[in-house]
Design a protein around this ligand. Structure first.
Ligand code: HSE
Length: 430
């Protein structure tokens, strides 16, 4: 294929993103050709339901019922996989495309989180390009930033809010003074939730994304199973309010960093300072923060989902291929990626603690003594008005280990002065 011959796509999956990609190929055909020096065309498409009205004319493209057939057609150069799912047709068709020597562009985070290493190795063996910008943080070009613009840095930490639905739920709870269940139903009605909502609110979707960023940032094999995952289902409006009162916001925050004890990957609710860029992130938006030894801190913010932003990311990958760029999937040869050694414990941090304290003489002294015995020093403390027999107590600790917090939580239960389970949420330095 010469530089000026068209780059021909086969697109599998005509949901929001697939339709968005078709729209860009039409709307910007001239701009794309001018930028990459050759036309980008679509030869054929595939989706589950041919009859469905997608609001876009499909008669100019061949139709394939079977994505594997599409992936191996002679008249495509790039197979674009936009179906989703970690296995099944997505995996089978991507494998078939690679075996047939087709370049692959995918938005499928689950596929790469579970099979990224083997697919990257297969791509390398066959000599094709496998790219996935749209899989992480939608329209934010974070993969390109890490693999190219920031490639000369030792990356020290990558953090981010990478699930817009969770950020919508948490900010809406705060703004509307609404409980989780009400906002969850609202998000459902607005069509924000994945078909399996647990992917969103359980932190799995964001955890998939984080595991892909870890591989690029630290040159390790994708290890989704080592991501410490906690969703947002147990975050109460009370914690959101009281954290706000102490100057924090609660976010479903992903953090990946290489520590002396191994690779730490966490996707969990954290408190971040309300005035930080992450703290100010509202609604369904995503934000990724990268820290590199030369560059310092970079903050990228934008839409993490939706037709235009996600299709924009897919088209960026397609245009790189049209230009002849041949970068490795995870920024370094797949065969050189080392198995990640997961950190056994998270780095120490300050924690937010909330408990309902019985209104009895000496109750606070008992709490302070349990914390002291666990080696935890109190930084700030606030007691709110009594509610019948108890009063909410909020404590912000100095930096301590998670093990110390767990020891204190167990000890608090045994004091006889704390009603119900105390809440502990990590405070991330951002
Ligand atoms: N469900 C995701 C989100 C988008 O809410 O951000 C796809 O990963």
């Amino acid at each position: 294929m010469s530089a000026s011959s068209p780059l021909r796509l086969g697109i599998a999956g005509l949901g929001t993103v697939g339709v968005g990609l078709l729209r860009i190929t039409r709307k910007h055909a001239k701009l794309i050709e001018e930028r990459v020096g050759r036309p980008v065309t679509v030869s054929a498409v595939s989706a589950r339901n041919r009859a469905k009205d997608r609001g876009i004319e499909l008669s100019g493209y061949d139709w394939e019922d079977d994505p594997v057939q599409l992936a191996t057609r002679d008249d495509i150069d790039v197979y674009v996989e936009l179906m989703g799912g970690s296995d099944g047709p997505a995996k089978a068709s991507v494998e078939a495309a690679i075996a047939a020597g087709k370049h692959v562009v995918t938005a499928n985070k689950a596929l790469l989180a579970h099979h990224g290493q083997e697919l990257a190795e297969a791509a390398e063996t066959t000599g094709i390009v496998l790219r996935f910008e749209a899989a992480v943080a939608g329209g934010i070009p974070i993969i390109k930033a890490l693999t190219e613009g920031l490639a000369g840095n030792e990356i020290t930490r990558v953090m981010g809010v990478m699930n817009g639905t969770c950020n919508y739920i948490l900010t809406r709870m705060y703004d509307g003074e609404l409980p989780y269940e009400v906002v969850f139903d609202e998000a459902d009605k607005l069509g924000f939730l994945e078909a399996d909502p647990q992917l969103d609110v359980g932190g799995i979707d964001a955890g998939h994304k984080l595991s892909l960023l870890s591989a690029i940032a630290f040159g390790t094999q994708v290890d989704f199973n080592a991501v410490e995952l906690e969703g947002i289902e147990r975050i109460s409006i009370r914690d959101i309010d009281q954290a706000a009162d102490m100057g924090y916001r609660i976010k479903l925050l992903g953090v990946t960093q290489m520590t002396g004890r191994g690779l730490e990957q966490r996707m969990s609710p954290c408190l971040v300072p309300a005035r930080s860029p992450l703290g100010q992130l509202e609604g369904g938006t995503n934000m990724v923060v990268v820290e590199g030894d030369s560059v310092g801190q970079i903050v990228m913010r934008g839409a993490g989902a939706g037709e235009g932003p996600t299709a924009s990311a897919v088209m960026g990958d397609v245009m790189d291929i049209a230009r002849g760029l041949t970068i490795s999937t995870f920024g370094k040869p797949a065969s050189a990626l080392k198995p990640a050694k997961p950190a056994k414990a998270t780095v120490p941090a300050a924690y937010y603690l909330r408990m309902e304290l019985l209104d009895k003489p000496g109750a606070l002294a008992k709490v302070a003594s349990v914390l002291g015995e666990a080696g935890i020093s109190i930084n700030r403390m606030r007691q709110y008005g009594h509610e019948e027999t108890t009063a909410p107590i909020i404590i912000v600790t100095h930096s301590c280990t998670r093990a110390a917090i767990d020891e204190a939580l167990a000890g608090l239960g045994a004091t006889g002065v704390v009603e119900g389970d105390p809440v502990a949420i990590r405070i991330e330095e951002v």
